[in-house]
Write a protein that binds this ligand. Structure first.
Ligand code: CTP
Length: 399
C-alpha cells in the first residue's frame, strides 16, 4: 500500500460514519488518501474528521466559495491509483448508471483513469429492489468492481442484506487491487479455465449450467495485476476482460476447451481450472432443430473428456496445477479424492451448502487442501479477495 494514491468518495448514508476507520487503515498502511464527499454525506460525517484523518483537504463542491478556487475533477481522476466509493447510496448508484454529473464525486467518477470500486449500503428492500440490482449489474458491466453489501442489522432497525461491508473488508479489496500489483508473477505464464460449457443438442439448444465465470475471471485479473501472462479459456459468460498480457479464448463445449488447453498447457507454469465443465454431452448432435413429435424424448449422453485430469496426467515437476471442487456433501473426502486422482498440487473446495458460496454470487467461501497434506479454511469473502487468497497460497506453495 505504501505510496498508493487512494481517492475515497463518500456519499450520504449512515454507514459514512464507518469511513473514518477505513481512512485510518489506509493511512496506517502507508497509502496517500484524498476524499471527495457529496453534500449529503456531510450530514453523516464531518468534513473536518475526514480531512484531519486523511491529512488532505476534502472536495465537496465544484467550487470553493470562500476563495473562488475550483476542485478539478480531472486532476483527481489523474491523481488516483484507485477510486473507492463507500458507502455508495442507491441515488449515486443510479446516477453512475446514467452518467449524471451533478456533484464533484460524479464528475470525478466520469473522469477516472483507473479502476473504481464501490461498497453499496442501503436498507434491505432498497438493496434487493430490481432497479438496484439492475443498476449494480450495469456498473459492473462498465468495469466497476462491487464489494457486496453484507447481511446484518440495518439503521432502519431491520435485519438483512444491505449493510456496507466492514472497513477491514473494503481495505482487503483495495489491497487486492493496488497492493497486489507488485509483479511477483512477472515472467510466469498461467492457463485458467472459467465459466460453463454448452453441449449442443441441436443448432438452438444445449445442456449447460449456472456458472457465471466470475471466479475464473477474478483469478485472471489478479494474475495480470501481478505481472503474469494469462491464457483465459472461457465458456459463455457476460464478463469481459482486456489486458496486453491476456489471451482470452472463448469456447462453447468441453471438447473445444480441452483442445485449447492442450495447445498451451506444456508452455505454462501454472494451470488454474475453475470452469464448470459439463460432465456429459449428447451422444448425437442433431443437424436440424429437434421437432416436438413424441410425448417423451430420451437423449443419450456420453462422458466428456476431463480436462483437468488430462493436464494432471502430463504435468511436469515444474508445473503447478490447481483444481476446484464444488460439493454438496462430504467436502473434504471428495476434495481429497479429486486432488489425488487428478494429480493436483492443490484443490480449492467450496460447498453449495455454505451461504454466499457457489454459482452466480459475488462471494465465495473456500478451503484449500494441498498434496503436502496442508488444509486451510478461509472466511466468506468477495470473489476478488478469494482470487488473491488462492494466488497467495500458490506463491507460498511454490516457495
Ligand atoms: N473439470 C475439468 N473437466 C471436466 C470436469 C471437471 O477440467 N470434464 C475440472 C473442473 O474445472 C474443476 C474440477 O475438474 O477444477 C472439478 O472436478 P470434478 O471431478 O469434475 O468435479 P465434478 O464434475 O463436480 O465431479 P463429480 O460430479 O463427480 O463430483
Amino acid at each position: 500500500m505504501r505510496g498508493k494514491r487512494i481517492l475515497l468518495g463518500i456519499t450520504g448514508g449512515i454507514a459514512a460514519y464507518k469511513i473514518a476507520f477505513l481512512i485510518r487503515l489506509l493511512k496506517k498502511n502507508g497509502a496517500d488518501v484524498k476524499c471527495i464527499m457529496t453534500p449529503a454525506s456531510t450530514e453523516f460525517i464531518s468534513p473536518l474528521v475526514v480531512s484531519t484523518l486523511s491529512n488532505n483537504p476534502v472536495g465537496i463542491e465544484f467550487w470553493n466559495k470562500k476563495d473562488g478556487t475550483w476542485n478539478n475533477h480531472v486532476e483527481y481522476g489523474l491523481w488516483a491509483d484507485l477510486f473507492i466509493i463507500a458507502p455508495l447510496t442507491a441515488n449515486t448508484l443510479s446516477k453512475m448508471v446514467q452518467g449524471s454529473c451533478d456533484s464533484l464525486l460524479l464528475a470525478t467518477y466520469l473522469s477516472m483513469k483507473t479502476k473504481t470500486i464501490v461498497a453499496p449500503a442501503m436498507d434491505l428492500d432498497m438493496y434487493i429492489h430490481p432497479s438496484t440490482k439492475r443498476n449494480l449489474a450495469q456498473i459492473e458491466k462498465d468495469g466497476v468492481e462491487i464489494i457486496p453489501a453484507e447481511i446484518g442489522e440495518l439503521a432502519s432497525g431491520l435485519t438483512g442484506e444491505g449493510r456496507m461491508a466492514e472497513p477491514e473488508t473494503i481495505f482487503s479489496a483495495i489491497e487486492a487491487i493496488v497492493g497486489a500489483s507488485n509483479n511477483d508473477f512477472l515472467g510466469k505464464k498461467v492457463v485458467i479455465t472459467a465459466g460453463p460449457t454448452y453441449e449442443a443438442l441441436d443448432p438452438v439448444r444445449f445442456i449447460g449450467n449456472h456458472s457465471s465465470g466470475k471466479m475464473g475471471f477474478k483469478i485472471a485479473q489478479d494474475f495480470l495485476n501481478r505481472g503474469a501472462k494469462v491464457i483465459l479459456v472461457t465458456g459463455p459468460t457476460n464478463l469481459s476482460l482486456e489486458d496486453d498480457n491476456l489471451s482470452l479464448i472463448k469456447i462453447k463445449s468441453a471438447e473445444d476447451m480441452l483442445s485449447e488447453v492442450q495447445n498451451c498447457w506444456k508452455n505454462c507454469d501454472f494451470g488454474i481450472f475453475a470452469a464448470a465443465v459439463a460432465d456429459y454431452r449428447p451422444k448425437n448432435q442433431a443437424i436440424e432443430k429437434i421437432k416436438k413429435k413424441t410425448d417423451e424424448l430420451t437423449i443419450e449422453l456420453v462422458k466428456n473428456p476431463d480436462i483437468l485430469n488430462w493436464a494432471g496426467s502430463v504435468k511436469t515437476e515444474n508445473q503447478c496445477l490447481v483444481g476446484f471442487a464444488l460439493e454438496t456433501q462430504n467436502l473434504l473426502e471428495n476434495g481429497a479424492k479429486k486432488l489425488e486422482a487428478k494429480n493436483l498440487n492443490f484443490i480449492v473446495m467450496n460447498s453449495l451448502k455454505d451461504n454466499g458460496a457457489g454459482f452466480g454470487v459475488d462471494t465465495n467461501k473456500i478451503t484449500i487442501l494441498d498434496n503436502r497434506n496442508n488444509l486451510q479454511s478461509f472466511e466468506l469473502k468477495s470473489k476478488e479477495a478469494v482470487a488473491k487468497d488462492i494466488i497467495d497460497y500458490l506463491k507460498t506453495y511454490i516457495g
